[in-house]
Design a protein around this ligand. Structure first.
Ligand code: PLP
Ligand code: SF4
Length: 331
């Protein structure tokens, strides 16, 4: 692809809002919070595409979508028990950009950036850029995968792997597909939700022409994130038989309410996406204001189970360093 001719989604990505001042102007937010936003954005920058901002309510600091991306003073508070790398990922990092924590699957940080900077992100402190293998590092990662025939699934994560262009994705997937013991390719991405323009016909073609079974795990925390554009974008993918799953993070002030979580599951199902995980927050420094006690999480999850068919109730899980899987936070 010629870099001088950006596709629509790449233009939307470049035009994402990164200045708190601009966000405040678009949403007519109270300027008394601007200074704090500027301060917090210095540690972890603001980044949000216009299409996502358009789904937020104006002049409402409590909008559940805004809360996910608005830099706040609370992020600068140091809280006991919250760390820079709570998952000790540095340890399970045999090759730059490759995490091998669980049996049978490896996770590759395929891109260094995201389309949106989520304030609660467990990787807000992770050295993405340094850990992004880029095309040169693919070789080492692919060799690692080729040498271990227990690995049958490769997960592209990030950053956000769909920030990479189709040419790169296609090339990598082509090389991966030459490893006989790999049968599944899973892609973890927030782009289908925050930048639905990314769901191009070319991308679908890449997913449907590889011999690998492709699973796309999107990341949506609130039903209001799903608008008509998102619905339209998903349709060709579900029709082509791509398995679409969703993972959410349970966030205080955003989706810590049974009706909100139930509405999210229903809205996901309506666009062909199956709820997969509801993650308890990872205790990363600067995110304590989003955290909830485990008993609250369990209560919300149980309320979901009482109102939804079992297949619309995501698994409530948390991550423990060294554990061989994500652990259930169930009753
Ligand atoms: C979450 C995660 C996975 C995927 O776990 P599943 O339970 O299969 O969804 C794989 N590798 C790493 C390093 C992870 O953090
Ligand atoms: S990795 Fe996911 S949760 Fe974290 S900032 Fe990127 S899109 Fe948001």
């Amino acid at each position: 692809m010629n870099d001088h001719h950006k596709t629509d989604w790449q233009t939307a990505l470049v035009n994402a809002v990164t200045e708190p001042k601009e966000l405040f102007a678009i949403l007519q937010l109270d300027h008394q919070y601007l200074e704090a936003a500027n301060r917090a954005a210095q540690q972890f920058p603001l980044k949000v595409p216009h299409g996502f901002i358009a789904r937020m309510e104006k002049n409402n600091l409590n909008d559940p979508l805004l809360r996910q991306i608005l830099p706040l003073d609370a992020e600068l508070e140091k809280t006991m028990g919250y760390a820079a790398d709570p998952l000790h990922e540095a340890k399970s990092n045999p090759i730059p950009g490759l995490l091998h924590k669980y049996y049978g699957r490896v996770l590759l940080t395929f891109a260094g950036t995201c389309a949106v900077n989520c304030r609660y992100c467990f990787r807000r402190e992770f050295p993405y850029a340094k850990n992004n293998p880029g095309s040169a590092g693919w070789h080492a990662a692919l060799n690692y995968i080729a040498r271990d025939n227990t690995i049958n699934e490769v997960i592209l994560s990030g950053g956000d792997p769909l920030v990479a262009n189709d040419h790169h994705l296609k090339k990598f997937i082509g090389m991966l597909a030459t490893i006989p013991h790999v049968s599944r390719l899973r892609i973890h991405s927030r782009l289908p939700i925050v930048l639905p323009e990314r769901m191009t016909a070319e991308l679908l073609q890449i997913f449907t022409t590889t011999r690998l079974k492709v699973i796309l795990v999107v990341h949506c925390n609130h039903a209001q994130e799903i608008n008509h554009d998102v619905k339209q974008a998903m349709q060709p993918f579900t029709q082509a038989g791509i398995l679409l799953l969703n993972q959410s993070v349970l966030l205080k002030g955003i989706n810590d309410d049974a009706n909100t979580l139930i509405a999210l599951s229903e809205a996901l199902f309506a666009i062909g996406v199956q709820p997969y995980y509801l993650h308890a927050l990872d205790k990363v420094q600067g995110t304590a204001h989003f955290d909830l006690p485990p008993q609250t999480a369990r209560k919300l999850h149980w309320a979901m189970a009482q109102h939804l068919p079992g297949y619309l109730v995501p698994k409530l899980v948390f991550e423990q360093p060294g554990a061989p899987a994500k652990l259930p936070l169930t009753e």
